[in-house]
Design a protein around this ligand. Structure first.
Ligand code: SF4
Length: 389
């Protein structure tokens, strides 16, 4: 076993699990069923719980979702099952008050606190969330995501610097929670590029060694590549004592979601045993397909199949330095495809195709692959057909 000196983070209790302060690194996952489909969501929570998930996150975007989650908690309690539940809030921060009695942690995204009640300062919204959490003994996660960073922070930095806006946004929210006297929080800083995940988390841990970190590579994609990308980031961070809870985000069908827990545990076991891969020349010198792990917001169940088809169809271009992003919904799809050479994000009956930030059109699920191939061929031609050396 390797002796890893963990960062001296403070303990944060999430239901029956405590993260930080040298506690074992907790492994978590997220449901991908429609939250209002109580039966399916309940079944997925149970499957993740049975697979050993320490914390299970559920997305809630509306009052109806919130009611469904409350009902799910009730049904679980009746069956004598008590998973640690985290809610993933999107724009409607006020749902925190409705949900706090039923969950153990509330995740909010600083970049999403602008959409509702625009005239209200974000500090007041954070105060509302913190008050709701404190009243019911919930923890909070400040979840900063590369595709939806606080616009004010993005504007304040060089467009080529995507790390500083994320970092500053996280630090600002930590300071706001400090000022409120709320200590039961952790932070996550996720990007789809493992190298950026490493850098931003290292910088954060240096600035705030007391705050527990939730690690993850967002839109890591399908196994095995998705696991490899995540493993690279986790090896670099956890071996330096950074990280108190993890999630491996994988694009897999609902039935295979527990694989996220298995992958997380096996990465942790390998790091602890010193079975660490050296960081091979990972990077963007070959085809890189990023795809979101899907969640209850996914707009068409065909998304996972589409992501698999994209991977198969683009195999011929595997030696080209091109990034293709495949996203499941309109909440994060438009922003998170901006940095890719080619992007797809799913609507209910159509898929949006993008080249960089430019939208090329909307196409049916049966025609999108041929459109993507045409764009990919054009891109390879435009770059002189050169493959990575
Ligand atoms: S892009 Fe949409 S569907 Fe995919 S994980 Fe993010 S929120 Fe969920």
């Amino acid at each position: 076993m390797v002796e890893i000196q963990r960062n001296p983070t403070r303990p944060v209790r999430i239901g029956t699990v405590t993260i930080g302060a040298d506690n074992p690194i907790a492994v978590q996952s997220m449901t991908a069923t429609a939250t209002q489909d109580v039966e399916s969501t309940l079944a997925q929570i149970r499957a993740l719980h049975d697979a050993g998930a320490d914390i299970i996150r559920v997305a809630v975007d509306s009052k109806k979702d919130a009611e469904a989650l409350a009902e799910i908690r009730k049904l679980l309690t009746c069956k004598g099952v008590r998973p640690n539940l985290a809610v993933d809030l999107q724009e409607n921060y006020r749902l925190a008050a409705v949900l706090a009695p039923h969950v153990d942690k509330i995740r909010y995204n600083p970049g999403h606190l602008y959409h509702h009640e625009r005239e209200k300062p974000w500090q007041e919204k954070v105060q509302f969330i913190a008050q709701s959490a404190a009243e019911h003994g919930c923890a909070i996660r400040v979840g900063v995501n590369c595709g939806s960073v606080d616009p004010a922070k993005v504007e304040a930095f060089d467009p080529d610097d995507s790390i500083s806006p994320m970092l500053e946004s996280a630090l600002e929210h930590c300071a706001a929670l400090d000022e409120l006297g709320f200590t039961q929080f952790c932070v996550s800083l996720k990007d789809s590029d493992p190298q950026k995940v490493i850098e931003v988390n290292r910088r954060f841990a240096e600035a705030r060694p007391d705050v527990p970190l939730h690690l993850g590579v967002t839109e890591a994609g399908m196994p095995p590549e998705g696991i490899i990308k995540t493993r690279i980031a986790f090896e670099q961070l956890i071996s330096r004592g950074i990280g108190d809870t993890i999630r491996v985000s994988l694009t897999v069908s609902n039935a295979r979601k527990p694989e996220e827990i298995e992958a997380g545990r096996s990465i942790l076991a390998d790091i602890a045993a010193g079975r660490v891969r050296s960081v091979v020349d990972y990077g963007l010198s070959t085809l890189n397909i990023i795809s979101c792990p899907s969640c209850s917001r996914v707009e068409n169940e065909a998304f996972v199949e589409l992501a698999e088809d994209v991977k198969r169809m683009t195999d011929y271009a595997k030696d080209h330095d091109i990034t293709i992003a495949v996203m499941g919904c309109r909440v994060n799809g438009p922003g998170e495809t901006d940095d890719a050479d080619l992007g797809l994000w799913c609507g209910p009956t159509y898929v949006n195709l993008k080249r960089g930030t430019e939208t090329l059109g909307q196409f049916g699920y049966d025609e999108i692959l041929s459109k993507l191939k045409a764009e990919l061929d054009q891109l390879i031609d435009a770059r002189g057909g050169a493959v990575a050396g």
